[in-house]
Structure formats: C-alpha cells, structure tokens
Write a protein of this length. Structure first.
Length: 94
C-alpha cells in the first residue's frame, strides 16, 4: 500500500498498475487534461478526499473503494463502476 499526498505520484501509481491500493491521507487533487480519459483500477482507501479538476474524464473502476473524505468535482467528468467507487464520503459538484 502507498501513502499518497501528491497528485503526480498518485497519477503515476494509480494509472500504471504499480500499486495494489492507493491510500489517501489528505485532499488529493487529480487533474485530467481535456480529451483524455484516465482509469483508476486500484482500490482507493483512507480518510482523505479526492478533488477532481481538469476538463477530461476520470473513471473510478474499483467498486470496493472505501476512502472516507468524499469527492469534490470542480470540473470535468467522474464516472464510477458502482456507487462504492466514490467511497463513503460526500460528493460535491461545482
């Protein structure tokens, strides 16, 4: 399991299959560029939150995510395979 505090590391690990789980310990920003679709297949866990920015699409593929801090969508699209893909926190848009 990896402890993630910086988005660059999170993006590399979560999208290349280099880790089993992703542990969020604080707010983690995930920026996806316009016309890009990025999949995260690893389980996301921890007390942290996911902040979504950029104009692309982020797909949370793991239906067993249990991170607790919620998802904040400032721009772009976030898709989940199941409701559990978004963890157990609040989903905020805008």
């Amino acid at each position: 399991m990896f402890i993630i505090k910086r988005i660059a590391v999170f993006a590399i690990l979560a999208t290349t299959g280099l880790c089993a789980d992703v542990l969020l310990t604080g707010e983690t920003e995930y920026n996806v560029a316009k016309d890009v679709s990025q999949n995260i297949t690893e389980k996301i866990t921890g007390a942290g939150s996911l902040k979504r920015t950029g104009q692309g699409t982020l797909v949370l593929k793991n239906g067993e995510n249990d991170f607790q801090g919620g998802v904040s969508i400032e721009s772009g699209v976030v898709n989940g395979e199941t409701a559990k893909s978004f963890g157990s926190g609040t989903i905020n848009v805008g």
